[in-house]
Design a protein around this ligand. Structure first.
Ligand code: ADP
Length: 437
């Protein structure tokens, strides 16, 4: 039944009721009875409408989702319409809640911190990253003004200056010491501000490392280049009145420095290829016995009889990985043992199985040893315990950085045990999946 029909039907029913009541009253008791019956019918109709209005009001005050009262006629149509509207509204509400929930989860999953500030810069909402970056807590700080929580003048100036908006601010805050943050403010609806916070500590560290690296390389190359140029120019200037033996000495020193530069460039190229090449394969077996014998021969030549060199091989036959890279790492460790051990000491190259199912390559020397405070930094590029000694020994300062890289690419770890004046043991420990059974 549509609304108009229902109203007409209700009206007709009321007229019919009043007319019927009047007729009954008139037949029963002539005119006064007809009036009384008509009045009673009208009163009934009025009370019924009042009752329906009361039911409607009671329903309107009931909790969301309460079913509408049931009724016939025009009120039935009204309750029906309200019921359908209610269902539609609750479906829309559910949908909106779902979407809001999805949005919140997406904002929680963002790797960056997100805060929503109201028109007074009070925090309305923030995600977990924002809490972590800024040292805040949702349960405590929601509703507080951000300007009361982050009091750094540059941050306050940034928020106050509309020209800054859209550009990020680099900030170090007392609330999270030691971290570098990048903050970006974006105004949006009704005076609100969206604050994006990113922790850029690691990025800044990398940028510093890159700058230091370039400075170090330039410095490392500059010294031998200056020495080479100096000797070549001196030789050229005094070519006629300098004895050939002296000229030969100059050229010899220049060649030595050129070799040093060449070694440095070779190591730099090795490092660069380790950083860019794809990881070593798991299918290529490297014959460790042959590799050990090779490296033994190499350091024998380097030692020129100054050390006793011993090879011990009780480990598995095959190691899965890159023969070229492993060779370079093992040779670096063995070479260091020769260069940092005095004449007459023993150097042992050992390959053995580990209880874990992995295997260990180690180089043990009875050399100068390393004080404990240097151990954590040894694999940093250009880190040397004794710069002069390393140079004298022909070191580039990159050997252990190369070793660390190679081992990481083989999921292996470098272990260093050393005691000042007693000697050192450098071990490469490989996981079981790198061992050929
Ligand atoms: P370098 O080319 O200077 O040898 P490395 O990266 O190979 O560079 O080694 C870094 C530093 O670690 C060396 O300068 C040296 O001080 C120390 N070192 C490395 N191996 C040994 C060792 N077997 N005994 C004592 N010191 C060592």
């Amino acid at each position: 039944m549509n609304a108009l029909n229902a109203v007409i039907a209700e009206l007709l029913a009321a007229i019919a009721l009043v007319a019927l009541a009047s007729l009954v009253g008139w037949i029963a008791a002539a005119e006064p009875g007809a009036n009384l019956m008509a009045f009673s019918a009208l009163a009934y109709l009025f009370l019924r409408q009042l009752w329906m209005v009361l039911r409607l009001m009671r329903w309107a005050r009931s909790p969301l989702g309460t079913p509408t009262p049931s009724a016939r006629g025009a009120w039935g149509v009204i309750f029906d319409v309200l019921h359908r509207r209610g269902r539609l509204a609750s479906a829309e509400r559910e949908q909106a809640t779902l979407e809001l929930d999805r949005f919140r989860r997406a904002a929680e999953a963002l790797p960056d911190g997100v805060l929503i500030l109201d028109g007074h810069r009070a925090i309305e909402w923030m995600n977990l990253q924002a809490e972590a970056c800024l040292g805040l807590k949702t349960s405590v700080d929601t509703g507080s003004r951000i300007t009361h929580l982050l009091r750094e003048p540059e941050f306050l100036a940034y928020l106050d200056d509309p020209d800054h908006r859209g550009l990020p601010l680099e900030l170090r805050t007392q609330r999270n010491p030691g971290r570098s943050l990048q903050i970006q403010a974006a105004p949006f609806a009704a005076g609100r501000t969206l604050l994006l916070v990113r922790d850029v500590t690691q990025l800044q560290k990398l940028a510093t490392m890159r700058r230091d690296f370039v400075a170090n390389v330039s410095h490392e190359l500059k010294t031998p280049l200056t020495v080479t140029l100096g000797f070549v120019e001196t030789a050229l200037d005094a070519l006629e009145d300098t004895p050939p033996a002296e000229i030969a000495q100059y050229l010899h020193t220049a060649a030595e420095q050129a070799h040093r530069m060449q070694r440095l460039i070779d190591d730099l190229l090795t490092l660069s290829s380790l950083e860019t090449d794809s990881p070593p394969p798991l299918e290529d077996p490297v014959d460790v016995a042959a590799l050990l014998a090779d490296i033994g021969g190499e350091i024998d030549a380097l030692s020129a009889g100054r050390h006793r060199i011993r090879l011990e091989n009780q480990g598995p036959q095959g190691l899965l990985g890159s023969a070229r890279e492993l060779r370079s790492a093992f040779a670096n460790l063995a070479g260091n043992a020769v260069r940092y051990s005095p004449q007459g000491t023993e150097i042992v190259l050992r390959w053995g199985a580990e209880n874990s199912g992995g295997a260990r390559f180690s180089v043990q020397d009875g050399g100068i040893g390393i004080a404990a405070q240097h151990l954590p930094r040894l694999t940093e590029r250009f880190y040397r315990v004794d710069r002069g000694r390393s140079r004298e020994a022909g070191g580039t300062g990159l050997g252990l950085a190369i070793v660390k890289h190679v081992l990481e690419r083989h999921q292996a770890v470098l272990q260093i045990e050393s005691e000042l004046g007693q000697g050192s043991r450098f071990s490469a420990v490989f996981p079981p999946h790198r061992i050929q059974s």
